[in-house]
Ligand binder design. Structure first.
Ligand code: S3P
Length: 177
């Protein structure tokens, strides 16, 4: 089995559903945002504050490059959850594909807004005009997610357990499991 790489907008369920999926498949789960925070020794909002979005994207691309390179050495499959903006750097697209089967968790703006809440953990949505920002970013990024995805799955209206099962079924249908 190849790795499973989850992409999609903030609040699309990459982390929550990804964790459930890894349990269903009995394989490890890795969250790239968590890995970046551990490497940096600080939370993501702090990385943005000190290094800007550019600094964060450099770290993100660096980690993805290493994961894709290390893949050959590591034969056992894992589920990887990525940050919602990983597709904004063009050079990341082939790296995501190299890392594994890319699954795009597609959600409507309403679902994303509901799931991200109004917390401060997501610097890309900081400040006022959150709804407009979600709509704009989603509009810009959706073609990039689609360009990269091997599989597209609409996630609105289901629980994370249901979505994990739906993802497993779709992976089976595509011969990935
Ligand atoms: C970002 C999404 C976040 C995190 C960072 C930037 C984005 O990940 O990588 O705050 O640009 O969409 P999640 O998609 O897991 O929230």
């Amino acid at each position: 089995m190849d790795n499973i790489v989850l992409i999609g907008f903030m609040g699309s369920g990459k982390t929550g559903v990804g964790r459930e999926l890894s349990k269903l498949l009995s394989i490890p789960f890795y969250d790239m945002d968590d890995m970046l925070e551990q490497e940096a020794g600080m939370p993501i909002p702090e990385i943005f504050r000190l290094e800007g979005e550019e600094g964060f994207r450099k770290r993100e691309s660096g980690l993805l490059t290493r994961l894709a390179q290390e893949k050959q050495k590591n034969a056992s499959a894992s589920v990887y959850s990525t940050g919602g903006g990983i597709v904004t750097r063009k050079e990341n697209l082939p790296l995501l594909k190299k890392l594994g089967t890319v699954v795009f968790f597609k959600v409507n703006p309403g679902t994303a807004l509901e799931r991200v809440g109004d917390g401060t953990s997501r610097p890309m949505l900081a400040g006022s005009g959150r709804e407009k920002r979600v709509r704009e970013l989603m509009l810009l990024r959706t073609p990039m997610y689609l360009a990269c995805a091997d599989i597209v799955l609409a996630m609105d209206g289901y629980s994370k357990e249901e979505n994990a099962l739906r993802t497993k079924i779709v992976l089976q249908e595509h011969g990935c499991l």
